[in-house]
Design a binder for this molecule. Structure first.
Ligand code: SF4
Ligand code: SF4
Length: 200
């Protein structure tokens, strides 16, 4: 082990360029190799893993009794300002999200149920992941110029930056469904069309 670490260190030193773009990374690698070569041998007592076992039990018990005590005290209205760990029974009870969390998108509707989107293409243009694809069509209402004949959003590519929501002039797209656990069996199922974005 010692020899291989030493060899590794020498090998790294050979390629080390103090002015190179990865100099800091190389220093970290060399430091790790040096630490490996100087790692102390475990004693026979440590090799039994008994000290590690008791350390683990002590750590788990410490957290258990800490949380248990404060949850009991909270029941009596005491020490409410001290936080104790809470286990969420996901997926039956999902963790509450912050009010401003960006979650899965939806297309908002007008009173007649049609999409508010006017197919201005702002969201498609601003999207850094290029995951929005809109097919615009002439709207039958002369007061509305266009509407999206199709609105495709590939959630497999989306980075949840929220730019599409911010740029929309019609408040037609929102990320407030509260849905984050979007799991599918294929990439194709991650592609949402207008119908899914309006109704799911
Ligand atoms: S959240 Fe960002 S990446 Fe996702 S669709 Fe909107 S603009 Fe594109
Ligand atoms: S920015 Fe809004 S109105 Fe414009 S195409 Fe996107 S969702 Fe529709």
């Amino acid at each position: 082990m010692k020899n291989s670490s030493e060899n590794r260190r020498q090998e790294l030193e050979k390629y080390f360029d103090a002015k190179g773009p990865f100099a800091l990374f190389r220093v970290a690698q060399m430091k790790r190799a040096w630490q490996q070569s100087n790692r102390r041998e475990l004693t026979w007592w440590e090799n039994t893993y008994i000290p590690s076992l008791f350390t683990g039990i002590w750590l788990t018990s410490k957290h258990f009794f800490y949380n248990f005590t404060f949850h009991i005290l909270h029941l009596f209205g005491l020490y409410k300002n001290v936080k104790a760990a809470v286990t969420f029974e996901y997926p039956e009870k999902p963790r509450p999200l912050a009010a401003r969390s960006r979650t899965r998108h939806r297309l908002t509707k007008r009173e007649d149920g049609s999409p508010r989107c006017v197919a201005c293409m702002m969201c498609e243009t601003v999207c850094p992941a290029r995951c929005i694809e809109i097919t615009a069509a002439e709207h039958p209402d002369p007061h509305i110029e266009k509407y999206p004949a199709e609105f495709i959003l590939d959630l497999g590519k989306c980075v949840y930056c929220g730019f599409c929501v911010e740029v929309c002039p019609e408040d037609a797209i929102r990320m407030d469904t509260g849905k984050l656990d979007i799991a599918e069996y294929s990439r194709a199922s991650m592609i949402y069309n207008k119908k899914r974005l309006m109704n799911e």
